[in-house]
Design a protein around this ligand. Structure first.
Ligand SMILES: Cc1cc2nc3c(=O)[nH]c(=O)nc-3n(C[C@H](O)[C@H](O)[C@H](O)COP(=O)(O)OP(=O)(O)OC[C@H]3O[C@@H](n4cnc5c(N)ncnc54)[C@H](O)[C@@H]3O)c2cc1C
Length: 556
């Protein structure tokens, strides 16, 4: 094997998709290296250098933000700093690839593993750049390093996964854990200092935010504005009626009832347009949300839980703009997850049209969760490793790239057969710390061969589900991506407010209101999570060991 060539992979965005791809690339590189080491086959495999680029020096479990903005304790658990991301072969997480004696049955096996690890240390390097990618070209990118300098980084392969642009308060910058805590605290204070709180957008996230606010501050007037006819809006792709409308599900009926019981003013078919200021009869300025039907809803603070756009500005000033969808602004991919027309650049996750492609092809149900991201990241990393091998060994038969149609086989390899064949799933809607609604769903093929969704029984406030939602799945996300969020012996405090604890100043006019200048022309619940998406599948994570599960240098 040649040691001379260095392959550079640039990963733009260090969140769910970025971390999953990075860890998978390293795992697969190790597998190929070890295989060739074992067989002694004379193939080339250059060194690999992976750059991870993100303005955040850490990882935020976004699932927990609705609770974090009303509970600072949860916020603190939700951010994992760079050292806790277990980045392999990096200076940031030195423990991440330490070979531990207890993992091996015999001294010989352990010594062999140490030897291999030393070889790998020379061949793999992971670096983190705290910065914002400004422009992406076919073979290099431009980074603002946040200290006033620009870095031009050439790459062999790029994985473009910057997600979607979200609105306050769902978009903390989170440059560091302490700045994240300040942002969350600011959001918390704005909410606490407002008497009239409006949530714009009744998707799963909007419902979660509304119920968290009402549960934490029962005395506040909380209004949920939703453009659709049912909450939460669920873009169930299977059961659309001929006119494109979705029938209201039992989960939606019960969700509406629960929100009303909690005292939330839910207004359906009421699209929030923008915030306006109107003086009252004493000349005091009052804030309102203007809706499409021209009504004004009193709102000291508006939490926008709608309208998210894929982040594509780094592509728009380069030739890659050709690959940005003119209809929904997503990055268009081919079937191998390469950006259409640019085979050196891959993408997946929220920024891409991968989900739409999978929906159109009616691919496996379970791929719509965070599992889906991990599985699709496996497609991307497999294809990058295959491309490296193909490029370095022209005399070998060309390895065919994996296509998304093969996703079921990839999923089975990554997650194991049992987990993948689990076509039965549970959708969970968290409604504040005390309540939740869950529903089992399954899929079946109708007489025309199309997949249809079959709804199971709806249950409210299941104790086991509430227990799992205590940290809003942070620990589970940590397990899936091998991130250390907090110690397992952590004790949660009782978060339910006792009556009368809503004693923060209600002088809303003077309060600072970050985000109150946000103006929207229309509201679309683009972040609706598909009915079958939910977070139910995360429940199956407990027995799952993904990290390095295929590393055959380890003994059981
Ligand atoms: C409040 C909330 C709750 C949610 N709950 C659920 C849930 O319960 N279940 C579920 O399945 N999904 C849920 N989702 C959706 C889920 O979070 C997304 O599907 C997931 O985050 C997508 O991952 P991603 O890596 O593609 O993008 P993101 O997680 O958005 O990450 C993108 C990363 O790229 C970085 N970045 C952005 N621009 C640049 C740039 N120019 N240069 C470098 N880096 C950049 C960002 O800082 C960020 O770290 C929720 C989303 C929100 C907002």
């Amino acid at each position: 094997m040649s040691d001379s060539e260095v392959i550079t992979v640039a990963v733009v965005g260090a969140s769910f998709a970025g971390l999953a791809v990075l860890k998978s690339i390293i795992r697969q590189y190790k597998q190929v290296f070890l295989h060739w080491q074992k067989t002694g086959e004379p193939y080339k495999l250059g060194r690999i250098q992976v750059y991870l680029i993100d303005p955040k020096r850490g990882f935020i479990n976004t699932f927990a933000i609705p609770r974090a903005i009303t509970n600072v304790e949860i916020a603190a658990l939700t951010y994992a700093s760079l050292d806790d991301l277990n980045l392999p072969y990096s200076v940031y997480s030195t423990e991440a690839n330490t070979v531990k004696r207890e993992d091996y049955d015999t001294d010989d096996a352990y010594n062999e593993a140490v030897k291999i690890d030393q070889l790998l240390q020379d061949r793999i390097e992971v670096r983190f750049i705290q910065g914002t990618v400004l422009e992406v070209y076919e073979h290099h990118l431009l980074i603002d390093d946040m200290e006033g300098d620009e870095i031009d980084l050439p790459f062999n392969y790029c994985v473009y996964v910057p997600g979607k642009k979200r609105l306050w308060p769902l978009n903390p910058e989170g440059f560091t854990k302490s700045s994240f805590m300040e942002e969350i605290y600011q959001a918390f204070t704005c909410i606490a200092n407002s008497q009239y709180v409006t949530i714009a957008g009744g998707g799963i996230i909007g419902c979660q935010v509304a119920t968290e606010v009402k549960a934490r501050f029962p005395d506040k007037s909380v209004t949920l504005l939703h453009s659709g006819h049912a909450i939460p809006s669920l873009s169930n792709r299977f059961n659309k009626e001929d006119d494109g409308e979705l029938p209201t599900t039992e989960l939606q009926v019960q969700a509406l009832q629960k929100l009303k019981e909690m005292g939330i003013d839910v207004r359906l078919n009421s699209r929030a347009l923008r915030e306006v200021e109107i003086p009252d009869d004493k000349g005091r300025i009052r804030r309102y949300v203007l809706t499409k039907d021209q009504s004004h809803v009193r709102s000291d603070i508006t939490l926008w839980c709608c309208k998210n756009e894929p982040i594509t500005y780094p592509l728009l000033s380069t030739s890659l703009k050709e690959a940005v969808s003119p209809t929904d602004g997503s990055v268009l991919l081919n079937e191998c997850c390469q950006v259409e027309g640019f085979p050196s650049v891959y993408s997946l996750g929220d920024v891409s049209n991968l989900q739409t492609m999978m929906n159109e092809k009616q691919l496996d149900l379970s791929l719509e969760t965070i599992f889906g991201l991990v599985i699709s990241s496996e497609i991307v990393s497999t294809n990058i490793i295959k491309s490296i091998v193909n490029a370095q060994n022209p005399s070998l038969d060309k390895k065919k790239l994996v296509r998304i149609e093969e996703v079921a086989a990839v999923a089975e390899r990554v997650l194991g057969k049992d987990l993948c064949s689990a076509q039965h799933n549970e959708v969970v809607l968290s409604l504040g710390p005390e309540h939740c609604i869950s529903q089992s769903v399954g899929v079946y093929k109708d007489e025309t061969g199309h997949l249809r969704l079959k709804e199971g029984a709806v249950a409210t406030d299941k104790p086991d589900v509430l227990e799992l939602l205590k940290d809003m799945n942070t620990k589970r996300v940590g397990k899936l991506l091998n991130i250390n969020f907090y110690d397992s012996d952590y004790q949660f405090k009782d978060t339910a407010p006792s009556p009368g604890t809503d004693n923060v100043s209600k002088n809303s006019d003077e309060s600072s209101k970050k985000g109150s200048s946000v103006h929207l022309d229309n509201e679309s619940n683009t972040d609706d999570i598909n009915l079958e998406k939910g977070i139910g599948l995360l429940n199956q994570l407990d027995n799952l060991e993904l990290a390095d599960s295929d590393d055959d240098s380890k003994q059981s």
